[in-house]
Design a protein. Structure first.
Length: 184
């Protein structure tokens, strides 16, 4: 029995040691209330879009950063976007319609690239500038409307995914932004 007690005590001591080490850990949720990241994200404005795919990215970013309440009323940060989209067939085929001789749709892809710059409005300092790319797969049909619709749907999927990546990177930068710099 005494060895049972010593094992229990050893297990309890090891458990307390692990809890003590974890208590000193500086990891915290990215969107925690104490970090104020949600408030900072809601204070980000996004520049006017120049094209349809950029509009999809911008709209999704506004929705994600403000929780659906619309653009920031008093922005503290500004994000400029430059989004481009390209569609291509995965299979190199001489047929210009990208449809196999049997009429079966061939696989294609849409690549949406976005360059963004996050700037603090109060002093004009650039906090982050990066380029991200997202690829969405699609089936290219021989029918004209179906082909256009497949490309548009793939662009929309890729644009929303790109917005998620950009929002996450902006949130990381804003979480690191000091409270003193944010409250200016």
């Amino acid at each position: 029995m005494s060895s049972d007690r010593s094992f229990r005590r050893l297990g309890l001591a090891a458990g307390l040691a692990v809890l003590t080490l974890l208590g000193g850990c500086q990891v915290r949720p990215l969107y925690s209330e104490s970090a104020g990241t949600g408030e900072r994200l809601a204070a980000v404005s996004f520049a006017a879009p120049k094209g349809r795919v950029e509009q999809v990215v911008r709209n999704h970013l506004v929705f994600l950063s403000t929780g659906g309440s619309g653009p920031a009323e008093r922005p503290a940060y500004n994000v400029t976007l430059d989004v481009t989209s390209t569609a291509s067939s995965i299979i190199d085929d001489e047929d210009e319609d990208n449809v196999s001789p049997s009429g079966i749709p061939v696989p294609g892809r849409v690549q949406v690239s976005g360059t963004y710059t996050l700037t603090r409005i109060s002093d004009g300092q650039v906090l982050k500038s990066a380029k991200r790319e997202v690829v969405a797969q699609m089936d290219v049909s021989g029918q004209g409307f179906a082909k256009v619709r497949a490309i548009r749907d793939a662009e929309n999927r890729a644009a929303r995914e790109l917005a998620e990546f950009i929002r996450a990177e902006i949130a990381i930068v804003l979480a690191r932004e000091s409270q003193a710099a944010w409250s200016k």
